[in-house]
Write a protein that binds this ligand. Sequence first.
Ligand code: IVH
Length: 665
Amino acid sequence: MNLEAAKKRWKRLTAEIRGHDELYYQLAEPAISDEAYDALLRELTDLEEVHPTLRRPDSPSQTVRESRDDNFPPYEHPSPMLSLSNTYSFDELDAFFDRVARGLEDDTPQAWSVEPKVDGVALALHYREGRLHVAVTRGDGKIGDDVSANVHRFINLPAELHEPLSFEVRGEAYMDRSRFTALNAARERSGEEPFANPRNLTTGTLKLLDGRESARRGLSFVAHSVVEHDLGESHHHELERLDALGLPGLPLRKVCMGRDEVVEWIRHLDASRAELPFEIDGAVIKLDKLALRRKLGATSKSPRWGIAFKYAAEKAETTILRIALQVGRTGAVTPIAELEPVQLSGTTVSRATLHNREEIARKDIRQGDRVLVQKAGEIIPQVLEVLKDRRDGSQKPFAFPKKCPACNEPLLHLEDEAAIRCVNPACPAQLYRRLVHFASRGALDIEGLGGKWVSILLEENLIQSLSDLYRLNLESLLKLERMGEKSAANLLAALQVSLKRPWRRKIFALGIRHVGEETARTLARNFPDLNALRTATLEDLMEVSDVGDIVAQAVLDYFQSEALASEISELENLGFFEESEETVERLLQDFKGMTVVITGSLEHFGRNELKDLLSARGAKVTSSVSKKTSLLIAGEAAGSKLSKAAEMGIEIWDEARLLSELNDE
Ligand code: IVH
């Protein structure tokens, strides 16, 4: 491939990878399996290998991408939280052993720690004199979210370590299988959308603002690394020290000598998955001797002394009872196989996605077929293979309907995409999904308005559009059978609150194709109000970094669609877009280029509010004072950051100064 072609491919790949990152980390709705994701990343790395000029510091091959959450204070990791490189085959594992032997200039068998790869959420716990001081998520690897309040409520962390030590331990937060099953069952009973898997539930629980709810759900921690190497000379000593200190350690870990023992234990772990209280997606293989690790070091993304061996997804056999169609928020029609319920990776599976018409044709999937299903990356399972020799003639091929099952309008097969679409924006199925999305957590977060109530409101004809939500009143709500006076009043109050949500969340709530939370934030920064966004041209949109042609076109299409545009004007007439005006992120760039640290407690601003405000004005807000800091904003009772900044001669404002500077505009 020549450089030009490579560049093009690189651009597509990075855009695709970033899209999947967003789906995975922000929306907790992965669209592809880990394996497929790793294949994309691998292609990117290979491409950069051949054309090193493409390898820039912000390439997905060089960065650990995970989102941060504005509701939690940022916390800078003293040393970056890296991840491990992955492999799926023993050949690649051998190549890893060879690399290590070359790096160490020693090809005698080494001691390796082989451990379960916990499919949880990475956490760093900082202990001070035996007590948990701060707990931080990975974030982007450099700065994470301080989620201490929730971690203090973990069910298996001791109140105090057996010795008053200060150090950082890393590991995974997880929800144990039995709790996961019980919680999901309760959710389904109350008509709420169940969590897709324990990992998503863990992410959701860690980010809860209501500590009591988080405690009620009950998360656990398992330790797998010590950051400051003063607990022993090898990894397994460190882990033993952690056990002795009372921290929950990894079960089924073993020190193996040389390649063959490693492979044997990897297989053993795979076979023993069911014994573990958490889900695992592989084994981690790490050099045991810390001195050898130091010799090998790390790349910007992962250490050279360890690797993750990922297991192929679990499979199960079942029958397709029926093929149904599901219409998504943007009209994409996805065929779904309704299955005879079967146990798979610890959860009961009764539906599998069939992706699109081609997939059904290619695999010749019929209703009534015996099939192998697989959970790839813990998303909705997929049909891996049809067991054709089990057919008895009763299986029926599926004729893809020409009309939308929900609105009966003709379905379109657009040339440039695999999906078949219902392009009728008035389609009730799309409307339902749009409403659910509109009210969902990252969007307007309208409490009490989940899928169950959206369908009731639609069925009872109380709403026919997004704007109708704001026309609901007590009288009409009380006519509904299961709606009491209190819930009705709460719902109306929640709707009022939702009007005040920031502009970026409103953009996200509109449900523009390909516009996730991160993209909505970028759009909000660059197009400060509805009119700016609605009148933006393709060029305007593409000028914004992080907005590519796909997103830009989707924004244009959205506002060009007549039905959606009328939905928008209805909302506009209700004042929906004005209410959030005070939080509109204006294009004031008066803090541009400044690196600001906020410390102490402020009277007039919430920490995150101020952070948003400053970021919107071009500042970079960081958590610790360094050479790069240009301004420290110090509230009441500021401590070490204030003295450090003063020592370094950094400009310092108190809250009064901040207020006057902000008011000057
Ligand atoms: S050691 C440099 N050990 O998997 C990272 N990680 O992609 C060293 N994980 O970031 C991590 N189980 O969040 C390690 N037994 C284990 C693990 C484990 C799960 C996670 C961890 C890490 C990621 C690797």
